[in-house]
Ligand binder design. Sequence first.
Ligand code: NAD
Length: 433
Amino acid sequence: MLRRLSDSHVAVVGLGYVGMPLALMLAKHMRVTGFDIHQERVEELKEGFDRNREIEGPLLRTTTCDFTSEVPDICDCNVYIVTVPTPIDGHNKPDLGPVESATKTVASVLKKGDIVVYESTVYPGVTEGICGPLLEQGSGLKSGKHFFLGYSPERINPGDAEHTVQKITKVVSGQTEEVSDFLAALYGQMNNGNIFRARDIRTAEASKAIENAQRDINVAFINEVTMILNKLGLSSYDVLEAAGTKWNFLKFSPGLVGGHCIGVDPYYLAECAQNIGHEPRVILAGREINDSMGPYVASCIHDLLVKETGSGKSGKILLMGFTFKENINDIRNTKVLDILKALQALGHDVAIHDPHARLEDVRHEYGIDIMSTLPDKAEYDVAALLVSHDVYKEMTPESLQSIVRRGGVIYDMKGIWRHMAVELAYRFSYQTL
Ligand SMILES: NC(=O)c1ccc[n+]([C@@H]2O[C@H](COP(=O)([O-])OP(=O)(O)OC[C@H]3O[C@@H](n4cnc5c(N)ncnc54)[C@H](O)[C@@H]3O)[C@@H](O)[C@H]2O)c1
C-alpha cells in the first residue's frame, strides 16, 4: 500500500541547479529535506546564499525546507528524489558514479513502502537496471515489492524566465500505476497538474535523452551550414534570417554547445545505442561538429587578425563571455576554453571577460583568471563576442571603442551587434559568423 501525499516526507538528494529549486517548490506543499554531500553548499544554503544565483536569499531564509549533509537526517523520509550530476568521462562515456553513490546513500536509509524517483538525465534502463539492483543490495529490500521506483526527467532551463517549473509539462513514470498516480499528484502540486504520464520508466528516460540529442543535432546542422556559408563569403545570420521566413524552417542559431546537458546527454544515448549493437551515426556526427566549433571560431578570429595586420603577428584579444550560455554563472563544460587554448597555441595574448561567472570558480575549475569588469583602455586588437549576455547587447560602438583600438576587429559570434554593423565597420573590421 503506497503512502498518501499528506504523510510523505521528501528527500531531494543533490541540491544543484535542478534539486535546489525543486526542493523549495515542493516545500511549499509538503515536508522536504534537501540533502547534498557538498557541506559548504549546504552551509551556504542554510545561511540563505545560493552560489548558483538561482534562488534569492529571502526565499531561502523563509523556506520550510531543511538542508543537510548528514545521512541520518534523511532516514525518516519516505520519498527520495535523486537530482545528482550525470557527467561524461574523458572518453565521452557516461559517468554514473554520482548516481550510483547517491543510490547507495538512499539504499542505506530505505524502508518498506518508500519511493525512489530519479530526475538525473540517464539512458533507458539505468533506473530499473542499475539503480534498482543497487537499492536492493544496499537495503535488503525487493524493488517493486517493498520499495518502488520512478523516473521524472527534468526540463528546467536556468536563466529562462519563460519556461519555469510552474509552466513546464512534467513527465512522470512509475514502476506501477499507483506509483505513477502518486508522482503525478506530487509533481502536479507545483504546476497545476500539468503532468504527462509516460508509459513506463524506460520511455520517460528515453524521452529526456532524445530531447537533448535532437537539440544538439539541430544546432550541429546550423553549425555545419555556417562553416559552408562562411566559406562562400556569406553570413549565416543573413541566410538564416531569410530562410526563417518559411513557416516550417526550424529556428536555431550557430555557436558553441557547452554545459552539462546538450553537449553531454547525447553521449548517454550513444552509449545506450552501442550497448545494444547500434552505431549512432547522426548523434555522434552532431557531437563532433559541435565540438569542432571552438577551434573553428578561433581560426576565424586568427584569420581576421592576419588579414587586418597583413602578418601572422600575435594580437591582443579580448574574449567576451565565459559561461556556457547567456545571463547565468554556470561555467561547466564551457567551450570558450577551446577558443582560448586554440588562440593561445597560435601565440596570441588572450584575456577573458564575463559579468556573471564567479571568478573564484573559474580559477578553481580551470586555473585561469578572468575579469568581471570590462577594460577601459582601447588596447585590444580584437574583441570577440562569444556569449550574448544582456550587458553586451546594450553596448554601443562608443563603448566598444573604449576597448578595441581604432581599426581593430570586432568578431560577433552571436550576431548581437548586427544592427549596428555599418556603424561598427566605420571604426573597426566587423565580422560575424
Ligand atoms: N541544470 C540543468 O539545467 C538541468 C536541466 C535538466 C536536467 N538536468 C540534469 O539534472 C541532473 C542534475 O543536474 P544539476 O545541473 O542540478 O547538477 P549540479 O552539479 O548543479 O548539482 C548536483 C548536486 O548534487 C550533489 N551531489 C553529487 N553527488 C551526490 C551524492 N552522491 N549525494 C548527494 N548529493 C550529491 C552535488 O554536490 C551538487 O550540489 C543531471 O543529470 C543533469 O543532466 C540538469
